[in-house]
Design a protein around this ligand. Structure first.
Ligand code: GLC
Length: 818
């Protein structure tokens, strides 16, 4: 109630700001009037290295140049800044080498090669322009604040001009239209069982958005872990604002001009996902819960009998003894080590759930250790924070304390010794039955920057999964762990994959799944997925199959369902659908080397894995409303079927030439086409000029030792680069350049096709040859020249105009001529 009222306090105009203070009747409980204080005219400035400090006599604003394209702004209402600490940005790397500062009668300008930050002296308004002096983003009114009489500190506000047609994207996984224009959101991690379209807030807080003004993209990352709000022209279409219930008004302006540039630069601040173990990109089967052991083994056996590939099986909370974390229910799982080993021998990894609530039980070692070492959170008056979760009465570790994180990481030793390969971190918003979450007064160590739960709430889950990831990394030695988390804050990608929580088995949720994953991908969290089939409710077979199809193209692919639903595996809906589900899960494995390469591009270069079309062609205004097409990496475009009974749909293909993945028919881009997709198909298109690596179907990652690797090469009437990556698949040797990174350059015309290959890295795959399948040649090939030598190859030119050739994996150039 209180927050709602606060959101709608009237804004005041610059002209009204003579005194800099406005008294507004407090609408809450008739308390004393709220004081809104605005920055006043700038009186002076000083420069310290790459930071400029501007003051109006009382308040100070710091403008820090971080790179040619990133400028950080922060405000200290009383002139004293808070400690410069952020969980999202672990290290501020300053790469700006050249910038200038100028002063005129009206303003100050801090300029890099790309961006100008202009500080208007009279009204203390801040704006950002490109190097052609086009204003991209500007304050509508000066930054302002209100005192928080209950907790100390301030509610802090920033109000920007909104422009006609400006689009807004990102902000985590809000379950709403892709373009957020006209809407208002809140960030406060919340356990939202069976959430609905437009429900807000959900489980994660990522206070970062991309604005698209005319055809220029920019980003705003409001790095504030308190409850934050974003209004994208809902209250007033000419205004975009963001504010927080505490902390500092601190944001990064990230220049584009392309959306891709913004996302990549956001990743330079907050990091990317580490490379996952490759098996974690396979199909994963989950349910609340598979138990006892005999059921888990039967599940595994059925996958193998039915030849449906699967890499991981999940154990939900019932594997524990009375829901005590780090224990096993010995009745259901009498010998977990043996079971996990047997599953592993059959190619299955075992992933188990862990919750933050630790059962209050004097006979339980985890509770005892936590209690003795004072690792659990306390209220303001020193009592323990207690709440009920699955095990009943619980206390909760303070994951914002590094010592607690270290302890927590070590608790996984038993599970790791048992052979568990991944940890699923749940309920870490943190969720508490009844009250929802912790009360505001709970205290947190916050890595030495102490604060209440108001400050720590949104980072709690991220710090839990950080502790988990770091602990597993140590315990696994050089093996990569898989971690999954439900809650998170900006930067969570450095420690974990994310799933979108307790969704619902409905067609609208299938669409939301697509929107949420695209949006997460733009918000730094590329390794994301949804509960395939919907967590609550009962999907029919058609919906389940269409969800599997979308799942092939979400980076994290896991089916999951609630305990009160019917069991749901790829074979649960009869033979016909089982065959289709198999076909699509197999497709995931065929595309595995492409998916893995795309992951590397994310990890190393900060590219998002899923790319909505507006990101590919941001200058076409109509693309802002296209919510269904996206590319996985930059070569494969997907437009999933999202409606019951639908067997065809209109698909927009961006400029250039495209091929239908199934039929090899070619299409001109820059326009819409009708794509047919009966239930056993889905619209998938490949960009002309692409080189797509392919694995043979295998039942799990690593089952088959590759004797050669296949590549599909799609002819293009122009030049296109493709990218291929390979490494051990499960070690950290890639950090020492033990990998192979290949670039293919494909160039074609009406009579020829050439493929050039460039390699980097120290990893040598065991296979020697490539099996290249050339697709869409507009001519009948007669000659093949590899590295300058004419080859005697039998060209298999089939009805679909495909040509197969074999080549040594180290070739430099192949020419195919008519
Ligand atoms: C939460 C999770 C869900 C899990 C359940 C039981 O609702 O979101 O995925 O199955 O708890 O652990």
């Amino acid at each position: 109630m209180e927050e709602k009222e606060k959101q709608s306090l009237p804004e005041i105009s610059i002209e009204q700001l003579e005194e800099g203070v406005q008294h507004v009747n407090n609408p809450i409980i008739g308390l004393k009037p709220i004081e809104k204080r605005y920055l006043q005219s700038v009186k002076e400035y000083k420069q310290v290295n790459n930071s400029f400090y501007f003051t109006d006599g009382e308040s100070t604003v710091e403008v820090m140049v971080l790179s040619d394209e990133i400028i950080r702004v922060r405000m200290a209402p009383q002139g004293t800044f808070l400690e410069d600490f952020s969980y999202a940005v672990p290290k501020l790397v300053n790469t700006a080498t050249v910038f200038s500062f100028t002063e005129t009668a009206e303003d100050y300008r801090v300029e890099t090669n790309t961006v100008s930050c202009i500080i208007d002296k009279k009204h203390f308004l801040i704006s950002f322009a490109d190097n052609q002096q086009n204003i991209i983003n500007e304050d509508l009114s000066a930054m302002h604040w209100e005192e928080n009489v209950d907790f100390g500190g301030y509610y802090v506000y920033c109000t920007k001009k909104g422009h006609p047609g400006e689009g807004y994207f990102g902000l985590g996984d809000k379950p709403t239209t892709f373009n957020m224009r006209g809407r208002r959101f809140q960030n406060w991690n919340t356990d939202t069982y069976s959430f609905a379209r437009d429900q807000d807030p959900l489980y994660r807080s990522i206070p970062f958005y991309i604005g698209l003004k005319d055809t220029t993209a920019y980003g705003i990352f409001f790095d504030n872990s308190y409850r934050t709000y974003f209004d994208f022209g809902q209250e007033d279409q000419d205004k975009t604002s963001f504010w927080a219930e505490g902390g500092e008004l601190l944001y990064y302006y990230i220049h584009g001009p392309h959306m891709m540039d913004v996302v990549k630069r956001y990743h330079t601040l907050t990091g990317t996902h580490p490379m996952p173990p490759q098996w974690a990109l396979g199909y994963q089967q989950c349910r609340w819960s598979y138990y006892p052991e005999s059921k888990v083994k039967k599940l595994a056996q059925t996958f193998r009998d039915k030849k449906i590939p699967c890499d991981a099986l999940y154990l939900d909370i019932d594997y524990m003894d009375g829901y005590r974390c780090f224990t096993w229910n010995k009745k259901y799982f009498p010998d977990p080590k043996k079971m996990v080993k047997e599953l592993s021998d059959d190619g299955f990894k075992t992933v188990v759930i862990i919750d933050p609530g630790i059962k209050v039980d004097e006979n339980y070692w985890v509770y005892k250790e936590g209690k003795d070492n004072k690792y659990f959170c306390r209220r303001s008056d020193d009592y323990f924070m207690e709440g009920h979760v699955w095990p009943g009465r619980c206390q909760f570790p303070d994951f914002t304390n590094p010592e607690v994180r270290e302890w927590w990481g070590g608790l996984f030793k038993g599970l790791v010794d048992t052979g568990v390969a991944g940890i699923w971190n749940d309920m870490n918003e943190p969720a508490v039955f009844g009250s929802g979450t912790f009360p505001d007064d709970v205290r947190h160590q916050y890595d030495g920057h102490r604060g209440s739960h108001r400050k720590a709430h949104n980072v709690y889950g991220m710090q839990m999964v950080r502790a988990t990831y770091d602990g597993l990394k140590k315990l696994y030695k050089n093996k990569r762990p898989l971690t999954i988390t439900r809650a998170g804050y900006a930067g969570v990608q450095r420690y974990s994959s994310v799933w979108t929580g307790d969704n619902l088995a409905s067609w609208d949720h299938l669409k939301l799944a697509l929107l949420q994953c695209m949006r997460l991908s733009l918000s730094g969290v590329s390794f994301c997925g949804t509960d395939i089939g919907g967590f609550t409710g009962e999907p029919d077979g058609e919906l389940f199959t269409r969800w599997i199809q979308l799942g092939v193209f979400t980076p994290f692919m896991r089916a999951h369902s609630a305990g009160d639903t019917r069991e749901r595996e790829p074979w649960s809906y009869g033979e016909e659908l089982e065959a289709i589900n198999r076909k699509f899960i197999e497709l995931r494995y065929k595309l595995m080397p492409y998916i893995y390469s795309t992951f590397w591009e994310h990890h190393k270069y900060g590219f998002p894995i899923l790319r909505p079309v507006v990101m590919l062609e941001q200058d076409k205004i109509e693309n802002r409303a296209r919510e269904e097409e996206f590319t996985f990496g930059d070569k494969i475009l997907i437009s999933p079927i999202l409606h019951p009974g639908q067997t065809s749909k209109t698909v927009y293909l961006p400029e250039g030439k495209w091929y239908n993945y199934w039929t090899y028919e070619s299409y001109e881009g820059g326009m819409e086409h009708t794509a047919h997709a009966a239930l056993d198909s889905m619209p998938i298109f490949v960009k002309a000029g692409s080189v797509i690596p392919e694995w043979p179907v295998m039942q799990y990652v690593g089952e088959v030792d590759l004797e050669e690797i296949k590549f599909q090469v799609y002819h293009a009437p122009y030049e296109v680069n493709s990218f291929y990556y390979e490494d051990h698949g499960d070690t950290f040797a890639y950090e020492q350049e033990i990998y192979t990174e290949k670039k293919f350059v494909v160039k074609g015309d009406d009579h020829s096709l050439s493929i050039r290959q460039f390699s980097e890295g120290l990893y040598t795959p065991r296979y020697e040859t490539y099996d290249l399948k050339l697709i869409g040649l507009p001519f009948l090939p007669t000659r093949v020249i590899i590295d300058g030598k004419e080859q005697q190859v039998e060209l298999e030119f089939d009805a679909l105009k495909r040509v197969r050739i074999n080549a040594n994996k180290n070739f430099k150039e192949i020419q195919v001529l008519s």
